[in-house]
Design a protein around this ligand. Structure first.
Ligand code: CMP
Length: 570
């Protein structure tokens, strides 16, 4: 089977072993992630037995990175990123510079070239967003201010690495390598400007056009009422934008996917998009860790024990201490500094990509890449322990009043963002939870159906005296009253309807003309459900359809009775 493993075989081996070792790891009270890495080593080329195709595994892993970064984007709006920019930007940039210098220093001690040192340093300076997300998720830390700072910091790092990846080939010749024809002859300034221009154009396009186009497309899909099509559209947006932006603008898949998520996070579909893509994210993220394990050559531990120890020390302590210091310098409390430090004490996806590129350009010696991979494996495995250690430390340090104020300020800002987000949602009419409180007719609907309704409803206002429905007219929509009151006039009968009641459903159900006049008698906030959406929705929810039919029949009977005989039925 050696070397012949196909996509299915690779995926099967990856999933099955990851599951088995993940489960075992859990039993041993280790994070499942360690199990996934071990599964990778087991199917890797450096251990006997079955060998999966590492090129394929890497591509599958890339899928995991795309989906995870999309997930990060979904939970991380542009406003969030702006809120933490004062710490994330100087922090990440400062930390990359210092960590890279440490890497260059280490390489100099080993007698490597400056180019090799630069690639090594950059590879060690950037932490893995995937690993950080898993760590924060497990600790429920994603929504906390410290978690937000850490994620923002890593996103800035990712952005910096995209630049580094594009610029490295341009500098390769100067640093003593060869650039594989990656713009070797173009002059540096042009290359730099072109790269920056492309990234800026991509970000501008994503932020300006994205929020208009993507939610519109998803809304059209959601209106079809097909869950399958919706999931597919989310996947298409994530993977399509990731791939397209990588091809057109030269940004990485990960960054493209992140912006796809950010674009969606502003829309009303972010929750559902997140819920829909979650299982895929989980599955492919596992393959990411398996593929890291596959690349690992255990013999490095025997060949270069000292060098490996130095690399691991740099990742675990060098970077963390630098990050810790920077966060304190920026005026944030020690607990924040500790969280950021622990978050950064690992390396991952970008490090492999950088090391691979450095190797292909003749900058980094092969053992450099082995060291980066071994360093990644060890630091990722130890990361949960780092967090435990940090927790212990954090419980001992006291927050200075200045740092506390800073963090409280940020917390307030993030809360404010949350509030604004909530306000935006309620502006559309009313919140999902409230639909049922207000309209008992929807009591039997599940959460997703309520979300659908919220999306389909079109808010409409009416002033006293305004005729909303004319008897004998063609039906266009059904109306649900959020506030105010209307009066139904039918054959000399006057029936008032108030909040929580609805009208305009009878003609839609019986495909007839309007049976009565309906006029606003107060300032009304209405939620209109257009005809096409009404039909689609009731056909998907037979229980609701039956209830509406029953009530319509009651209304019809009432209208046939002589005036004054029956109490109004609703
Ligand atoms: P439709 O026939 O589409 O347009 C007029 C609406 O008035 C009708 O649907 C009902 O929603 C509403 N309506 C008609 N008769 C009554 C009634 N007896 N009680 C409450 N509402 C009514």
């Amino acid at each position: 089977m050696h070397g012949e493993a196909t996509l299915i075989a690779t995926a099967a081996a990856g999933f099955v072993l990851a599951f088995a070792f993940g489960f075992l790891a859990h039993r041993l009270r280790l994070p499942p992630l360690v199990g996934y890495l071990v599964a990778g080593i087991a199917v890797g080329p450096f251990t006997p037995g079955f060998v999966a195709d590492s090129a394929l595994a890497t591509e599958l892993a890339e899928m995991g990175v795309i989906l995870l970064m999309f997930g990060v984007g979904l939970h991380f709006s542009a406003a969030d990123l702006m809120a933490v920019r004062r710490v994330a930007i100087p922090g990440a940039v400062g930390q990359i510079i210092l960590a890279t210098l440490m890497g260059i220093g280490l390489a100099a001690v080993w007698g490597w070239s400056l180019g090799a040192g630069l690639v090594l340093g950059l590879s060690l300076s950037v932490a893995s967003t995937v690993v950080l997300l898993k760590a924060l998720e497990e600790r429920n830390g994603l929504a906390t201010p410290n978690g937000r700072i850490a994620v923002g910091w890593l996103i800035v790092e990712d952005l910096a690495m995209v630049l580094a990846l594009v610029l490295l080939p341009a500098f390769a010749g100067m640093l003593g390598g060869h650039s594989d024809g990656h713009g070797a002859d173009t002059d540096l300034i042009t290359e730099l400007l072109l790269t920056l221009g492309k990234v800026a154009a991509f970000v501008a396009l994503a932020m300006l056009l994205g929020p208009k186009v993507v939610p519109w497309v998803l809304k059209q899909v959601a209106r079809t009422g097909s869950r399958e099509l919706f999931t597919l559209s989310v996947l298409a947006v994530a993977v399509g934008i990731a791939y397209g932006s990588a091809m057109v603008f030269g940004v990485s898949f990960a960054l493209g996917a992140f912006f796809a998520g950010v674009v969606l996070s502003e829309s009303d579909f972010s929750h559902r998009a997140a819920a829909n893509s979650m299982p895929l994210q989980d599955a492919f993220a596992v393959l990411f860790f398996v593929s890291v394990g596959m690349l690992f050559d255990p013999s490095i531990v025997l060949r270069e024990p000292l060098a490996l120890a130095a690399v691991v020390a740099l990742i675990l302590f060098g970077k963390s201490i630098v990050a810790f210091g920077i966060v304190l310098l920026l005026g944030y409390p020690a607990t924040t500094a500790l969280t950021v430090a622990a978050s950064l004490a690992q390396i991952g996806e970008f490090s492999f990509i950088l090391a691979g590129l450095g190797l292909s350009m003749g900058l980094l010696p092969p053992e450099g890449r082995d060291l980066v991979l071994a360093g990644a494996l060890i630091s990722i495995t130890l990361n949960p322990l780092t967090f435990v250690a940090v927790d212990r430390l954090a419980s001992r340090v006291r927050m200075g009043s200045y740092g506390r104020k800073r963090l409280a300020g940020l917390e307030e800002q993030l809360d404010e963002l949350q509030r604004r987000h909530a306000a935006r949602e309620s502006e559309r009419g009313l919140r999902i939870q409230n639909i049922v409180d207000l309209f008992p007719i929807f009591a039997e609907l599940d959460q997703e159906a309520r979300e659908d309704l919220l999306m389909l409803f079109q808010p409409r206002a009416a002033a006293p005296g305004e005729r909303i429905i004319r008897k004998g007219g063609r039906p266009d929509a059904a109306y649900f009253i959020s506030s105010g009151a209307v009066q139904v006039n039918v054959d000399g009968r006057e029936i008032p309807l108030g909040p929580g009641e609805f009208f305009g459903e009878m003609a839609l159900l019986s495909r007839a003309r309007r049976s009565a006049d309906v006029t606003a008698i107060d300032y009304c906030q209405l939620l209109a459900l257009p005809e096409r959406d009404f039909r689609m929705f009731v056909s998907k929810h037979p229980g609701l359809r039956a209830e509406l039919d029953r009530l319509a029949a009651q209304r019809r009977t009432m209208n046939r009775e002589p005036v004054g005989d029956v109490a109004p039925a609703v």
